[in-house]
Design a protein around this ligand. Sequence first.
Ligand code: SF4
Length: 381
Amino acid sequence: MKSTETKVLEQVVDNNYYAKNEEDLVKIQKVMENYPVKLSPYLKELTQTSEAVRLQYLPHPDEFESYGTATPFEEGKKASKTYGLERLYRDRVLITPHFDCPAYCRFCYKKSRVMRNKPGMTFEEIDNAVIEISKMKEVRGALVTGGDPMMNPKKLFYLLDKLTELDNITEIRVGSRTVLTAPKVYTDEICDKLASYIKPDFNNPKKSQYLAINVHFNHPDELTPEVLEACHKLTSRGITLRNQTVLLKNINDSVETMSHLFKLLLRNNIIPYYMNHCMPVEASDYLRTSVQKGLDIYNHLCTESSTAIPHYVYAPSGGKVHVGPDTEFVYEKRDGLDLIKVKMLYDAKEFRDIAKKDLPPMHWETEDGKIEGYYIDGRDD
Ligand code: SF4
């Protein structure tokens, strides 16, 4: 006979947790055909106690109604002949050694590739990518992203060993949510190895190499003792942790929650770096607020201690847009969509040359050569 505790666990992590009736059950089953559920053992436990965590990871019948697109932020996939290497900007590349994650966030803007069991890069493909990067003399930064590269430390370290040998690469960022999804990954040995890639050169600081980890916390409930201990193992070795929060409806879309989160992060040596508006990715609309709602929250944050305020950004396919207290949005309505029209800082010619593709749909070149386009706004109702 199962204990009551076990029954509660099974009930909470049931994929149909948010189904209120038969119709909802059918919707959730259909949603999961395209976007499956995956939870790490650690997150399974956390879903028992935190509604904010449950909402991020368990499927919802509202995913069935969608106006988003499958790939809202195409990342220069044609820019390289090497699988897993992408370049969209002049000075940095993205490398994806591992395409899977320990758990799937329902709002993931890369869900169409993260949730599809795409194979990771082979060691040979990593070798080829590094050779290509060595020839890109303007590139100085590498974002090692995913999926989650910390799911395969052996491959990650193979890549980092090679990257840090390149003269042109001085800034390495590893994007990972494993401090939350699998904090036990961070053994002393793994943390020592990560710290070994920080190579200051005091005589010639232009040659100094650094490694930072982009972490991803959305709610104070995620900052458990295990998670904070994993973070401390990294920061105490000199590794910078920069947090990227996604603004999510009914999870963190209030001044109180965001302010509390950013203060806790700062107190634990984690830099609140970005507050990202949730992208218009398919089946995530129910978690998206308007950009304006994010700005209202941000304006309140700006009245608090400045060290705990991240950059607030939204990302049309043409590139990131920073939002500040003075931002005024230009709205249009088309085909039932609420659109924000925005001119970006990026050059259209540079985009075409580097990404080796045309401007994305709903984007065009302005008279002065910049990229202008539409962003699908979220809704607060
Ligand atoms: S951790 Fe990041 S890449 Fe992985 S599913 Fe979540 S949002 Fe997507």
